[in-house]
Design a protein around this ligand. Structure first.
Ligand code: MN
Length: 424
């Protein structure tokens, strides 16, 4: 299914008068907004191929309807999102769940929807059918060199697959760790991991980046071999200029100051990318902005400040990706909500009066500093995000149009009631 341009135009026509009133009001309040609209139009958030189906918990999985059963259908789903919001112009593949059999054709299909391929993700956190050696006790940190070699070879294969699609980054997330004290020699596990990552790094094309993702706990509950940003940064520094840390919002201990982490990683030129989701208790993988929208804003505030300080291009110099799971909601509607929350937080961060904030900081005016941040956060920027969508030919109200067009019904008719997407 593709969404016709005419459907979007008809929808926008209905909402245009009200929309204009809102934008005019904000323009009068804030001043010229053209630079902000340009940034919002440019900003794209990649959708991971595994987020298009219904996820589950370790207790069960309740499948949705009309889920994409093939890579082609997953690309079509991201195409639907991008047509609706104009901000989902990239797809992040997971290998081996989504092996492109004919990369040229897949690349053409994606570009027919205006999509490019973002970072590719390797998987050594589960065993695949027919796999020679098991990852039960880890992959890149494994005590057995043969297991490490198998895991390195898999990562090199993922780079090859990604290269054929035009990807420019590999994300490595390891489930390696230990669940009981004494199970693992921490230092040796770390050294073996570095050694394996060096072998992967050596196979990286010169214009590629390697993202080293960290996670505090789960699936292991005593130690994770790349547990936090310090360990990830240590590895990225030892690997070289093409290696970076990747921050996943759900991968910290509760109440960690993630905005401070991104500020310092940016300062060191070592923040590579970001995985968006939200959580209340652990790595809950909920819709971005569903639980802690103020935290999301504070993170974007540091991202904007730090990227500007280093002269980075907001849209292209870092990898932006959603990494969430949808157990209850329609995955496509949920992804529209996540992208909307991300764009809102980004727009609010762009509104922060940086000069005034610096002055307040220099004068130890703590009250004023909070006022400045919260003035931006409490601005209803939804019309500004909608205006950016309008300018990129997308819908003023993506979820509204998704419902009006009964997209899920159409997909269910096309694909069937009981399809199951490959993935988690
Ligand atoms: Mn992640």
């Amino acid at each position: 299914m593709r969404i016709e341009k005419e459907s979007i135009e008809r929808h926008n026509e209905q909402h245009l008068a009200k929309h204009r009133r809102h934008v005019d009001f904000l323009s009068q309040e804030i001043g010229s907004l053209d630079a902000l609209f340009d940034k919002l139009v440019q900003f794209q958030v990649a959708v991971p191929s595994w987020a298009l189906g219904t996820g589950g918990t370790r207790f069960g999985r309740f499948s949705g309807r009309g889920e994409p059963g093939t890579l082609e259908q997953k690309i079509a789903d991201v195409g639907l999102l991008h047509a609706l919001n104009g901000s989902s112009g990239a797809i992040s593949l997971h290998i081996p769940w989504d092996i492109p059999e004919q990369p040229t054709k897949i690349k053409e299909l994606a570009s027919s929807y205006g999509l490019r391929f973002d970072a590719v993700n390797s998987n050594t956190f589960q065993d695949q059918p027919g796999q020679a050696l098991s990852y039960k006790f880890g992959s890149l940190h494994h005590v057995d060199a043969a297991v490490r070699e198998q895991a390195v070879a898999h990562n090199l294969e993922v780079i090859k697959q990604g290269d054929a699609l035009g990807s420019k980054a590999l994300t490595v997330w390891l489930a390696d760790g230990s669940s009981f004290p004494g199970q693992l020699n921490f230092r040796e596990a770390f050294e073996r991991t570095l050694d394996s990552l060096q072998a992967i790094y050596a196979g990286l094309p010169s214009d590629w980046k390697l993202f080293v993702e960290y996670k505090a706990f789960e699936p292991h509950f005593y130690s994770m071999t790349i547990a936090d940003w310090g360990q990830s940064l240590l590895l990225a520094n030892k690997l070289g200029p093409q290696a970076f840390s990747l921050v996943d919002l759900g991968h910290h201990h509760p109440n960690a100051n993630i905005e401070q982490i991104v500020a310092l990683l940016l300062m060191e030129g070592k923040l590579g990318g970001f995985h968006f989701n939200d959580s209340k208790y652990a790595d809950d993988d909920l819709t971005a902005g569903a639980i802690k929208p103020y935290q999301l804003f504070l993170i974007f505030n540091e991202l904007v400040e730090g990227m500007d300080a280093r002269g980075l291009d907001h849209a292209t110099d870092l990898g932006w990706m959603i990494d969430a799971s949808h157990n209850l909601k329609d995955p496509l509607a949920d992804l529209l909500q996540s992208v909307e929350a991300i764009m809102i937080a980004y727009a609010q961060a762009l509104l922060v009066d940086r000069q005034a904030l610096r002055a307040a900081q220099a004068a130890h005016d703590v009250v004023r500093a909070q006022e400045i941040l919260q003035a931006a956060y409490r601005t209803d920027v939804r019309p500004l995000v909608a205006e950016a969508r309008l300018r990129s030919g997308a819908a003023l109200n993506p979820i509204g149009l998704y419902d009006e067009l009964a997209v899920r019904e159409a997909l269910t008719k096309e694909r069937g009631e009981h399809t199951v997407a490959t993935g988690l």
